[in-house]
Design a binder for this molecule. Structure first.
Ligand code: SAH
Length: 348
């Protein structure tokens, strides 16, 4: 894949700037990641170099749709990549923080039946540059609204731990160049154990979110097919090791599906699982967003409340996440698939 503006790290950019005075590297790097400027706007750099950069390091994302929710607190972007594939990014403005939800792959190979991206299948891995550019553009947009982007969640399209190398390259850029704190970066995984193990060895303590959705293997095999390869015992052991190594927050995502995983027994099993592995996890309950390829709907409000109170009663930390951006067709994979949908809530 040809390189793009946000792909090279500092050393790679230094190679590209060979022959230029040494301070140019600092100027360009600060221009891209501190000022969040496009090359032609890095005005302390000579025009000829700006033009060279723009040609040699083109951007990756062409905007197809930019949709703002009624209240203006959610911005959804649909991007087209060089090869024509499409990905989504969502910027969420809360009273106390600004979070961007990024995609890590075009499509996804994990085939979770209830997920629009899973239903559409896998297209390809995203590059470091394509992941970083999503954040730079969102941060720039937030700044225009007098807000500062501080949080990144890998909860857009794709399975980040199936593209760990590029995801980690992007994480390093967010931390080292843009200056985001590791505790404000969250990687959400379907539960790829080798990916979690790899993450455990990485130096930065980012937050780990695991899309659990079921606390017994039989049900999880159905909802999240990769569970057949990495069953709950292996997954929980990897989570416990991550927690021990990093001391970071662990969260479980649980999309509440009517009559499927919102029963009293599901709450009891979840509490037992957390106890058995001594995992002080925080459970994020999200009512399922309807998708065309999945017959069952989200739990009604009363069942959601009941499930939540059950968990609390069993000593499990849990929060019900509210849906966001209901008016802007915003949920992972669904804008790309051209279907009107509801945006999921996010942790934090
Ligand atoms: N592949 C990663 C990250 C992307 S999905 C993962 O599985 O964690 C982010 C979250 O949205 C996951 O918890 C996923 O299970 C959930 N999700 C997918 N489709 C959904 C839907 N239709 N309704 C509610 N949550 C959904």
């Amino acid at each position: 894949m040809s390189t793009s503006l946000y792909t090279p790290d500092r050393d790679e950019l230094a190679v590209l700037l060979q022959g230029e005075p040494r301070y140019r590297l600092d100027q360009v790097w600060a221009g891209l990641y501190t000022q969040l400027a496009a090359p032609h706007d890095i005005t302390n750099v000579p025009k000829a170099l700006r033009e060279r950069l723009a040609v040699e390091l083109p951007t990756s994302l062409t905007q197809v749709v930019r949709r703002v929710s009624d209240g203006g607190d959610t911005v959804k972007y649909l991007w087209q990549l060089g090869d024509g594939s499409r990905i989504e990014t969502v910027l969420m403005l809360y009273p106390d923080r600004v979070t961007v939800c990024v995609s890590s792959q075009a499509g996804c190979a994990m085939a979770c039946g209830f997920c629009a991206t899973g239903q559409a299948g896998f297209t390809r891995q995203l590059t470091v540059g394509e992941i970083v550019e999503q954040v730079v553009v969102a941060a720039r947009d937030a700044r225009q609204m007098q807000r500062r982007l501080a949080n990144v969640v890998f909860m857009g399209m794709g399975e980040p731990m199936a593209n760990e190398g590029a995801v980690w390259g992007a994480v390093q850029r967010f931390h080292g160049a843009i200056g985001l704190s590791a505790r404000h970066l969250t990687i959400s995984t379907v539960g790829l154990v080798p990916g979690i193990r790899k993450l455990t060895e990485r130096e930065l303590p980012v937050n780990l979110a695991v899309s659990l959705h079921a606390a017994n293997d039989q049900l999880r095999d159905e909802l999240v097919p990769i569970n057949k390869r990495y069953p709950l015992d292996d997954l929980m052991a990897a989570c416990a090791d991550y927690l021990e190594a990093k001391g970071r927050r662990l969260s479980f995502e649980w999309a509440l599906i009517d009559g499927v995983n919102d029963r009293a027994s599901d709450a009891t099993e979840l509490a037992a699982l957390c106890r058995r592995f001594r995992l002080p996890a925080h459970v994020n309950l999200i009512p399922l967003n309807p998708t065309p390829g999945y017959p069952t709907v989200g739990s009604p409000k009363d069942k959601e409340t009941q499930f939540h109170s059950r968990l609390i009663g069993l000593g499990v930390n849990a929060t019900v996440r509210r849906n966001r951006g209901t008016d802007i067709d915003a949920a992972c994979g669904q804008l790309a698939a051209g279907q009107p949908v509801v945006l999921r809530g996010t942790p934090n």
